[in-house]
Design a protein around this ligand. Structure first.
Ligand code: GLC
Length: 574
């Protein structure tokens, strides 16, 4: 592998020779750190507890900074750590400038950030400003009187006008996003739970407050912002009725409403463009046009978005590899020239990656987890790797609703019951898809409570921590963890994995996902067997395989093109 600068020089020369070629499919290597970043998403509540209260904390993150560094990731995205009553685990903020008491203090935060920066790791903060907590002083003031200066920070509908036109709530047990509040005889809007009233972005005062908050964190030196649920922030404040039958079509009718792009451009002018920070949108709008409008450089809005179409593919019933190839291929092609996306298969809103996309049966778990990590770390876009997936952590398998903690699970259970749903079926589906699956404590050791806490963990530790844990994998050659470390190294060494053109090979195979990544003369082939059986991929004659760069099986299988169950290999192409 030639070094990065000579590769780039070669590639720039290649581009200039090809300036007149109409169908030059290679992207401009418009290099920026956030395109080359490997992001580790860390759910602070579940990472490491140092004070025995069963909840992870910032000191726990500080203790494990060397571990994070050892993963080869270059940035951390932290789920919200602000003051919060925790109706939705920090996604209901009551103080945007404070650290949640359970997580520690601002001094801990400063130490954590410094420790990250000393190790060359950037920090991306979660900014939750589609809504606040109902305990935020703004909302307390807003609901206290119709003439409060904070009244217009939220969406209110006076009851004398009758019931407001229906709005769907994603988290409400009745599905109704308007909650009646007797204090001022009015309804307020909450797209999530009633403890998460939506902020009124149409009010310039509110927008100024938010930019101030973002500047506060940018001044502290954070390196980026992930905008939570922001595609829903703009609203038509005449609250028109949606067409009958479409009231619940959330993305279509609730996302990307007029005003949103102006707010983002303003945010860019007021905050993002003034600091060396990256920005990522949760959600990519209703269609490609929306997605481009959010992230194309000439829009001056955000740097990248993550689209849900991919992560939504695996269902309780299973999924077809064809859909995965089609969806990831479509998004890649659409953003080959302009804009930039995140690549991810899991996050804190999903069940565990290996249980949804792979096979978490112990016979295939390690291979399939490593294969999925290979996929994320060999696609174009910025990879986001969710804590625990570097070990292949699995779903936990709850059988009673009393074991769940997530507000989304608890409220959807109530809703299903009140609608007379088949509750056995509901519980099976919840067991497969619940967000709590992805939030169980990090499995550090085989000890009781997995070395996560000395107290009672806020969410049970998975029983399989006795054999699936960091300590064991750290000292095992070829473990999922050590394979993950080799993958991040490979991505850091091969710019073609970041910027190279993506081309599908063997498109028709129901079991093999194969693609090339090409940058200038450097070409890699990624071969992934998404199945429990061996398979021989069908490769075009033009593909001449060279050196094998990585394999999730211990024995070298070079020479044979037969792939073992869930085998994942990357070759250089001649
Ligand atoms: C986003 C977050 C999710 C949260 C919701 C409400 O989707 O990722 O965890 O529950 O917003 O803030």
């Amino acid at each position: 592998m030639r070094n990065v600068s000579s590769l780039l020089a070669f590639y720039l020369a290649f581009l200039s020779c090809n300036q007149t070629t109409e169908d030059n499919t290679a992207p401009e290597p418009d290099r920026t750190w956030w395109k080359e970043a490997i992001v580790y998403q860390l759910y602070p509540r579940s990472f490491k507890d140092t004070d025995g209260d069963g909840v992870g904390d910032l000191k726990g993150i500080i203790d494990e900074l060397d571990y994070i560094k050892s993963l080869g990731v270059t940035a951390v995205w932290l789920n919200p750590i602000y003051g919060s009553p925790n109706a939705d685990n920090g996604y209901d903020v009551s103080d945007y400038r404070a650290i949640m008491a359970e997580f520690g203090t601002m001094a801990d935060f400063d130490r954590m950030l410094e420790g990250m920066h000393q190790r060359g790791i950037k920090l991306v903060m979660d900014i939750v400003v589609n809504h606040s907590s109902d305990q935020h002083p703004w909302f307390r003031a807003s609901r206290s009187s119709r003439t409060s200066p904070y009244r217009d920070y939220y969406h209110w509908w006076p009851a004398e006008k009758g019931k407001p036109p229906y709005r769907y709530s994603l988290f409400d047990p009745s599905g109704d996003a308007w909650k009646y509040d007797s204090i001022t005889d009015a309804y307020y809007l909450h797209y999530f739970s009633f403890q998460q009233p939506d902020l009124k972005w149409e009010n310039p005062e509110l927008r100024r407050e938010v930019y101030d908050i973002m500047r506060f964190w940018a001044e502290k030196g954070v390196d980026g912002f992930r905008l939570d649920a922001f595609q829903f922030a703009a609203k038509d404040t005449t609250y028109p009725a949606f067409p009958a039958g479409y009231e619940k079509d959330f993305i279509q009718y609730y996302a990307m409403q007029p005003g949103l792009h102006e707010y983002l451009q303003e945010m860019n002018r007021e905050v993002l463009s003034r600091y060396q920070v990256m920005s990522v949108s949760e959600g990519a709008g209703r269609n490609f046009e929306d997605a481009h409008a959010l992230v194309d450089a000439d829009r001056h809005e955000l740097n990248m978005a993550y689209a849900f179409e991919g992560v939504d593919i695996p269902q309780y019933e299973g999924y077809a590899l064809d859909s995965m190839k089609a969806v990831f291929g479509r998004w890649d092609a659409e953003f080959a020239h302009d804009g930039w996306l995140s690549i991810f298969l899991a996050n804190h809103d999903q069940a565990r990656m290996v249980s949804r996309w792979g096979n978490d049966n112990p016979a295939f778990r390690n291979a399939s987890a490593s294969l999925l990590n290979t996929f994320i770390l060999s696609m174009r876009g910025t990879p986001y790797c969710y804590y625990g997936d570097e070990l292949g952590m699995t779903n936990i398998d709850f059988d009673s609703i009393s074991q769940y903690r997530d507000i989304a699970a608890l409220n959807s259970y109530q809703k299903a019951r009140s609608e007379g749903a088949d509750m056995d079926d509901f519980m099976k589906r919840l067991n497969f898809s619940s967000r709590d699956n992805g939030r169980t404590p990090m499995q550090w050791t085989a000890a009781p409570r997995a070395g996560f806490t000395s107290g009672t963990p806020w969410l049970p530790v998975n029983d399989n921590h006795t054999e699936l844990n960091v300590a064991r994998q750290d000292s095992t050659e070829g473990s999922v963890l050590n394979h993950f470390r080799r993958l991040t190294q490979l991505r850091r060494d091969h710019l073609e994995l970041v910027y190279g053109a993506y081309d599908l090979v063997d498109a028709g195979s129901p079991q093999v996902y194969a693609y090339t990544r090409t940058l200038g003369e450097d070409r890699l082939l990624v071969l992934l067997n998404f199945g429990d059986a061996e398979v021989v991929p069908t490769l075009p004659a033009a593909i001449v395989v060279g050196k094998q760069l990585i394999d999730n099986y211990p024995a070298q299988t070079a020479g044979t093109m037969r792939l073992k169950p869930w085998q994942a290999v990357i070759y250089r192409l001649e």
